[in-house]
Design a protein around this ligand. Sequence first.
Ligand code: ADP
Length: 650
Amino acid sequence: MVKAPEKTVQKKKFATETKQVLELFAKWLYQNKEIFLRELISNASDANDKLKMLALKDEALFDGDSDLKVWVMYNKAAKTLTVKDNGIGMTLDEVVENLGTIARSGTKQFIDQLSKAQSSDANGQLIGQFGVGFYSAFVVSDRVEVRTLRAGQTNDQGVFWQSNGVDDYEVSPCELTHRGTEIVMHLKDDAEEFLDEFRLRKIITTYSDHIAYPIVMFVEKPVADDDDQSSDKTDEKEEKKAPRKEIQEEVVNQANAIWTVPKKEVKDDEYEAFYKHVSHDFNQPLAWTHNKVEGGKLEYTSLLYIPSEAPFDLWNREYKHGLKLYVQRVFILDDAKNLLPTYLRFVKGVVDSNDLPLNVSREVLQNSSTVDMIRSGCVKRILDLLGYLAENEPDKYQKFWSAFGAVLKEGPAEDFTNKDKIAELLRFTSTRSDDEKQTLSLAQYVERMTEGQDKIYYVIADSYRAAKNSPHLELFENKGIEVLLLSDRVDEWLVSRLTEYKGKSLVSIARGEVDEALSMDEKEKASIKASEEAFSDVVKQAQEVLKDRVKSVRTSKRLTSSASCIVADEDEMSVNLRRMLIESGQSVPDMKPILELNAKHPLLLRLKSEMQDDKFADLAHVLLDQAILAEGGQLDDPNAFVKRMNDLVS
Ligand code: ADP
């Protein structure tokens, strides 16, 4: 006879990060305790989704029970609240992996950020971006028990997990008769409010009305008197004529997937509640667009949301896209990268197609013309929605831009077809603004261009301050020409692809010769010519001294107050882009800048007077070093610069 395996209880410590997150949640969620129910129902619904999806290939997984539901049960005497599903369940390894660690990339950075955030408001926003999930159960519980059996496994492969949510948890194998997951919360004294039918109903209809599965509660219901059986029982137990009550199962939510409901019938707060379910975001969505496409070649529904805050991991490489793909109401996959381009990766929501096969895989999605069509439809919806906000709700649009503008700027490079539409949505700061807030559109820039100006000028640097103080701006300022100040990392990428807007080219003011179109009058031209001649020998000698470091030296037409600046040649990579590529570890072809000297600056006269002196070389190097520093660049040999500077000053 085979001996039953000894019950092995393992005690394990939470991963450090999990513990920290638990503590933070507990503190912050205190004011919003009821959230835990939404999170657990959301997980249960996801678990049902996953089972349904896997059962498409292997019906046996249903094991005769394909009626998927979520149960919410309370027990006043035991002070417990239970959320149960008959979804996919978890194996022992999955339990340890999912409930013992917060297995999301960037968790550590997130915690660092949290501990830096001063106000509790800022904390709240950050936690909202992280998503609270299963751990929110500990906000209301002294102890949480989980019993779970993975679909397709035998009854003795069940798992029991429990923890008080402080330091450690226990896991052990156990016998379970039903597939799915049951979460039992032993409520804290101050959470007993959740042992109330009406309170629970209210939370469920507020947050989970349009989850696709029935949420079932056991409720007491009066039973009609003319019921034969009832008279038998009431005779013995009840003296008075109180209506007899019976515990019955009742579905308390609408249980229709929200995207299948006609737009007109869905209220804003229902859309908002569903957003929180689908996105795991705590904040309200900024805007959404709900569309049904039918009657043509294609039939699909999309419900797409724009969040109001950027998630903390938006810039991580492993960032999960927020679109879920359904086929004929059956969940197929999340993180559906093929349904939207990367520059719209902040969008959350659902796409439900009637044309794709139910057994569609990620590989198939990659090469499907149906997917391509759905994708361009979704892109159009989102760009139209953004256009609408920009035009009609500028405050909302500004909020969007602060959160996701830098992501949208990837658009012109990634999505050639929609380049013009995206260009309209871009926002910048410029020399005419007092701060770095990006509010200026290209349309506005063009509208206020000076007479005779036919180009859109920009300067690009590492930081807003460096751009704002760039020596290249001097001439433009004198002439009253507005210049866009670019300092987001993605800006180099943007201007390399977006080279014109409505027939006006975008031109860097730090590249090539100063534009002839900056209409110098005859007097200016003559004065430039005169200084070119006067300093031609200085320029020649400086070029000789600096020949290893620069491509050439010339007198500048663009400087008015700075002594020197560096520029890139017309057809070359900009100095800033070069620096960025080097920083990111890429190999870039050797490129030397052009040094421009300001003939009107006193240092140039000094340089001229020292042509016979040793100091000429030092001063020439210093002028170049200064120009590099002013660009926000770094010197190869800062010590040499300091030494030369000191020699010159003393
Ligand atoms: P999230 O849902 O954001 O991934 P959670 O902390 O809520 O984070 O859950 C972690 C993981 O635990 C889930 O991704 C899922 O794999 C698993 N899980 C949670 N609840 C259930 C459940 N009811 N059934 C099956 N798996 C679950």
